[in-house]
Design a protein around this ligand. Sequence first.
Ligand code: 3PG
Ligand code: MG
Length: 391
Amino acid sequence: MKSVRDINVSGKKVFVRVDYNLPMDDQGNITDDNRIRATLDMIQWLREKEARIILASHLGRPNGVRDAQFSLRPAARRLSEILGIEVRFADDCIGAAVAKLVDDISPGSILMLENLRFHKGEKKNDPAFAKALAELCDVYVNNAFAVSHRDQASVTGIVSHVKTAGAGFLLEKEIRSYYDAVEHPKRPLVAVIGGAKVSSKLAALENMLKFVDSLIIGGAMANTFLNAKGVDTKGSMVETDLLDTANAIVRTAEAKGVELLLPQDLVAAETFDKDARCDTVALDGMPDGWMALDVGPETAKAYAQVIKGAGTIVWNGPMGVFEMDRFAKGTQCVADAIAGASGFSIVGGGDTGLAAKKCGIADKVNYISTGGGAFLHMMEGKTLPGVAALE
Ligand code: 3PG
Ligand code: MG
């Protein structure tokens, strides 16, 4: 992958794909601007080189039509506040009016384009749309790790239409952090994988078994493993079609000498509700009709112990329904252990980034990825289309 560092960007029109798909509240206020902050070093570097900077992103899933609630204007405003300079905004991302605004960008200045997904061609990776984007610039830079698992016009299609393309600082940093952690880890390497479904993490579980020394499993997906081992999980969420798969993962772990940790006790609740009656139960003590919503305290303690001894920790997925305080203790305990561990820690983004933030450890881990789906893609051992396009 060619690095932007090796490209002459001075005075050039540089199209930088960023991922400013930011979480917003109902009033359209940005609730977390991490994905902007993660691109600042790249932007400052380009400004110092006197590049003429075009920033492009998607926001949400507007389905190829213009929709004011998905406008990137608030992101442009926030970037402008953070940098303390004007960030101009184009009402569209292709076309003659946009090209005119691009021509007017002075060296070191920034123009942000409107949401790429207001055009159907973005998601469809339509060559004509990709070409229209490419025509705006001299150089293309992918600095959008978090969307690089998408085969879309501004991520992959554009590359074949530009003369010069390279990877931005954030894309490089994300990939390096992940590979350093997983493929060249300080051992023992411990993966902590949680979340609701085995099905959505299956490929990641199977791939991680090739690398890890210990695999810690939590969240509702642990129920499927427990059920497969014969535990009566009562009203808990279980993917009954994946019981054999769960057993196969357990066997593979055994064959490879990977320590696989499953819950020893659970926090169970009568209903899926933040005020539900709940209790800590042994694996054989789940009341009829109740459901597991968190790992129990003995489990959390055991998981913390393994994390404490790790040389490297990769965390993806909460241990329970952490959005509800009474079912957040398992996740909190694991998060605290990760924050306190001396090993190198890397946290997959999306839900897990939010969990790290809610648990107050976001600044105590070594690396939090800006990617959710993209990070999972890496854990699955797949090459990101956005990276492949640059290779
Ligand atoms: C994300 O937040 O997952 C990325 O920005 C990609 O967005 P998408 O899942 O809508 O493609
Ligand atoms: Mg996504």
